[in-house]
Write a protein that binds this ligand. Structure first.
Ligand code: PMP
Length: 463
């Protein structure tokens, strides 16, 4: 027993470095402790019920308390709780999972590499690009481009590709050979009078200029999320990825699709790449791959990449990359069962059926005095809160208006996520129509509370 703490809260405060938390504020605010979950609901240690409007961290696709996944884990734990894939070893669950993933991939996937998290997988993507270009005799072709506000994880290379200042400041990132291009957010970044198509075309020509400025022979790959999640839920404008893909093809630059959030149904298709006509050379998935019941991620690569990996490892004597938990058999067994359940229960069809309710309830909120933009697709969306709707003027970020809205939502039994002054929604894919309505009833109350708080504190006059 910990000597210092006499309650779970104080022990937490004393002991834990919380990810993505103001560690100073945590000393007084303390933790929100979740003790159990059932369907789309979680319960805190006072047994208060919440709709998990973020599916945890965009991941519990099948919701909480899914016994089939528990059973898959228990069975595999009994059979073989751990094994690895180094030096020609393997185990059945990962072999079957690789076959399943290849059969549903949105491109001609040749081989699968497993890891435990999105960050590990995306760090691996960078290393693969470097490795294969060395194999090709193109040692200069090493740069990776990504979006400003793109999110690709927190390990050294992945955090470098992440285009958010907080992930770089004081971590001495980004590393060299990583560059960021304009975020395709029409509401914020389009020029006055520009249509979505014109905006897309302009960004694609900016990308081409950037590639030429860097030197096309130095750019290996572009990594992007079909829908940007942790950067604030940015849905690409019309024709964006078609235009981008043309530029990349012209300069022989690989497209890495980061489908960590969008994979397995989130946008209304199995893959975001399908929704936005992306033909990747390589793809990262995680999160909904196992509904997050256990940590597992996967990279799928095309045959050009896998052939190069094979040839180069022959030359060197090994492919010297891999994690202790790559293709962990229990994680793989749970992921396999999860993918089967998504099919057996027609989860994709369910998402398509209920998405119109989600999008309708989201879009009517653009009439709220606080909401500048309501954006969404499938079962993912966000509201961007602004101080002035007509000029799109934001609040001072220090006022933490988004955070306050999130707190009000909590008080109304809903967990959402504030990303700056955007509040994000990404419920479990199994959410019902009725629960979507309950969710947005709580959002409306939270917005009204926030508006009241903004007015009471005269926050619009401060900007
Ligand atoms: N890529 C994307 C698109 C993500 O959303 C995330 C996590 N939110 C990651 C990568 C990193 O995944 P992890 O937190 O599992 O390392």
């Amino acid at each position: 027993m910990n000597k210092i703490g006499n309650s779970m809260e104080s022990m937490d405060i004393e002991n834990i470095i919380h990810p993505y938390t103001n560690l100073y504020k945590h000393k007084t605010k303390g933790p929100m402790i979740i003790t159990r979950g059932e369907g789309v609901h979680v319960y805190d240690d006072d047994n208060k019920q919440y709709i998990e409007g973020m599916a945890g961290l965009w991941c519990t696709a099948l919701g909480f308390g899914e016994n089939e996944l528990v059973e898959a884990a228990v069975q595999q734990m009994r059979q073989l709780p751990y094994y690895h894939q180094f030096t020609h070893k393997s185990s059945h669950p990962s072999i079957l999972l690789s076959d399943k993933l290849k059969s549903i991939a949105p491109f001609d996937a040749s081989k699968v590499f497993f890891a435990a998290s999105g960050s590990e997988a995306n760090d691996t993507q960078v290393k693969l690009m470097w490795y294969i270009n060395n194999a090709k005799g193109l040692p200069e072709k090493k740069k990776i481009l990504s979006h400003v506000r793109g999110y690709h994880g927190v390990t050294v290379a992945a955090a470098s590709m992440t285009g958010l200042p907080a992930n770089h400041i004081d971590f001495d990132l980004p590393i060299k050979n990583i560059g960021h291009i304009t975020c395709p957010h029409f509401y914020r970044n389009a020029k006055p009078g520009e249509t979505e198509k014109e905006f897309s075309a302009r960004l694609a020509s900016e990308l081409e200029e950037r590639i030429n400025m860097e030197g096309p022979e130095t750019v290996a790959a572009f990594i992007a999320e079909p829908v940007m999640g942790a950067g604030g839920v940015v849905i690409p404008p019309e024709n964006y990825y078609e235009n981008v893909q043309k530029v990349l093809n012209k300069y022989d630059i690989m497209f890495i699709a980061d489908e960590v959030i969008t994979g397995f149904g989130r946008t209304g298709n199995l893959w975001g790449s399908e929704t936005f006509s992306i033909k990747p050379n390589s793809l990262t998935c995680a999160k909904a791959l196992s509904s997050a019941y256990l940590p597992i991620s996967a990279i799928m690569v095309d045959s050009d990449i896998s052939d190069l990996l094979t040839d180069q490892s022959k030359k060197i004597g090994t492919f010297a990359h891999g994690f202790t938990y790559s293709a962990h058999p229990v994680c793989a067994a749970v992921a396999l069962r999860n993918l089967q359940l998504i099919e057996e229960r027609s989860v994709l069809e369910h998402v398509r059926k209920i998405s119109p309710t989600f999008l309708k309830r989201l879009s009517v909120l653009k009439d709220h005095p606080l909401v500048g933009e309501a954006r969404g697709i499938g079962l993912i969306g966000a509201l961007e809160l602004v101080a002035d709707k007509s000029s799109k003027k934001p609040f001072n970020l220090k006022q933490m208006v988004g955070f306050q809205c999130m707190e009000y939502a909590n008080s109304h039994g809903l967990i959402i996520r504030a990303i700056g002054d955007s509040v994000a929604f990404c419920p479990p894919l199994i959410i019902s129509n009725e629960q979507i309505n309950q969710m947005f009833d709580a959002v409306e109350k939270a917005l009204d509370d926030t508006e009241h708080w903004v007015n009471k504190n005269n926050m619009r006059s401060e900007i």
